[in-house]
Design a protein around this ligand. Structure first.
Ligand code: NAD
Ligand code: ZN
Length: 355
């Protein structure tokens, strides 16, 4: 069976295009009581961007905090806040921020029309009803969350996305000016998420020409950003993120993402830095990629934390391994159908213990 996946139908790209957001939302305001909710990273509170958000009188500006990556309990609380704000559903949910804020916006737009807790929908195609129209404005590039059909959530039992066609944004607004003030380390970690998406996709057994075409272009853009320090690097990284996301849509990520999920489930390590910590130990699986990653790290003056796992209690390390090895498609993509004979629990443990 070939996958028939949904793409984001409307994309606007260019420096300054954020100024068109109001006009884009205007098409959703089809009656006088229509209102929109802006799910916005609270890092922008009091910053210039706050004043540029086109909030109308009836609209809700919903600040979100992403110190912790999105949890199902947070999504449920935010959804309740939006429901309590007005007796009708909003006409639009707009996520402004990095991968976490975009994922929160996706999740809230889904949970406004699907009953119960978001934990009920962690998995594949469990969402029953279309979401409220939702749009994203990335302010940090690399995750590909702007194009993906998932929103990654940590629940009480698992870290798993709400994967569905309804999850895909209806509109994305790609304005490279919005990523220029991202702190250098965060810029690197999230940018490397994109680089690693490309390496894992391009070296994966699921690769087809669709994924290769997007992956190769994205990789080329990552090199221009992180090796050449190109003057248009913000424009390039924004497109790299988009293309990297498109590449993994039809293939899959691999060993690095599987292990990083284990790390983040137990330690709460954020996605970008978690992927970097893990990738640095995967020379055996991605020799060329890891070599180039280290060159990029050196050029950007990044030092990764070490010694995160060795002192943990045995049961937590075991849980970390269970979470990582549970992501079967990722391992199959990386190592093929016989992956279980290569990535044993002992092998995963020895990798983790070095991190
Ligand atoms: P993030 O959204 O978690 O943000 C990281 C930090 O950067 C935060 O402190 C945030 O406030 C700050 N920030 C964001 N934009 C900024 C700006 N313009 N200036 C200054 N600071 C800014 O980081 P991320 O790496 O973009 O996203 C990681 C999240 O994305 C994780 O929760 C991960 O699970 C998720 N993710 C989702 C997908 C998907 O397909 N849905 C794919 C990969 C990752
Ligand atoms: Zn990733």
């Amino acid at each position: 069976m070939f996958r028939n996946f949904k793409l984001v139908p409307n994309v606007i790209f260019g420096r300054g295009c954020f100024a068109q957001l109001d006009e884009i939302i205007a098409h959703r305001r089809t009656h006088k009581d229509a209102w929109a909710v802006f799910v916005t990273d609270d890092v922008f509170k009091g910053k210039a961007l706050e004043k540029r958000i086109p909030v109308h009188d009836r609209d809700m500006l919903l600040w979100v905090n992403v110190a912790d990556e999105p949890k199902t309990s947070y999504v449920d609380a935010l959804t309740l806040k939006v429901k309590e704000y007005a007796p009708t559903l909003p006409c639009a949910v707009i996520g402004i921020g990095g991968g976490s804020s975009m994922d929160l916006a996706k999740a809230v737009s889904l949970m406004l029309t699907n009953e119960g807790s978001s934990t009920l929908y962690q998995g594949w195609d469990l969402i029953k009803h279309p979401a409220v129209w939702h749009a994203a404005v990335p302010t940090l590039s690399g995750t590909g969350a702007e194009v993906s059909r998932t929103t990654v959530l940590t629940g009480p039992e698992k870290k798993l996305g709400l994967n569905s066609d309804y999850t895909v944004f209806d509109q994305i607004v790609l304005d490279p000016e919005l990523i220029k003030d991202v702190p250098a380390d965060q810029h690197f970690y999230t940018g490397m998420d994109c680089y690693i998406h490309c390496i894992e996709s391009l070296q994966g057994t699921y690769l087809n020409e669709f994924s290769r075409s997007y992956g190769e272009k994205s990789l080329d853009l990552c090199r221009q950003v992180f090796i050449d320090n190109h003057p248009d690097k913000d424009d390039k990284l924004m497109m790299a993120s988009f293309f990297g996301g498109m590449s993994i849509a039809y293939s899959q990520v691999g060993a690095c993402h599987a292990l990083s999920y284990g790390l983040s489930y137990i330690l709460g390590t954020h996605h970008g830095i978690g992927c970097c910590i893990v990738f640095d130990h995967l020379e055996e699986f991605y020799p060329e990629g890891v070599k180039e990653f280290r060159i990029m790290m050196e050029k950007c003056g990044i030092k990764l934390p070490k010694g995160l796992v060795a002192d943990l209690a045995e049961d937590r390390i075991e849980k970390m391994i269970t979470v990582a090895l549970g992501l079967e498609p990722l391992w199959e993509n990386c190592l093929g159908k016989n992956w279980k004979s290569i990535m044993t629990r002992d092998k995963a443990k020895s990798l983790f213990l070095n991190m």
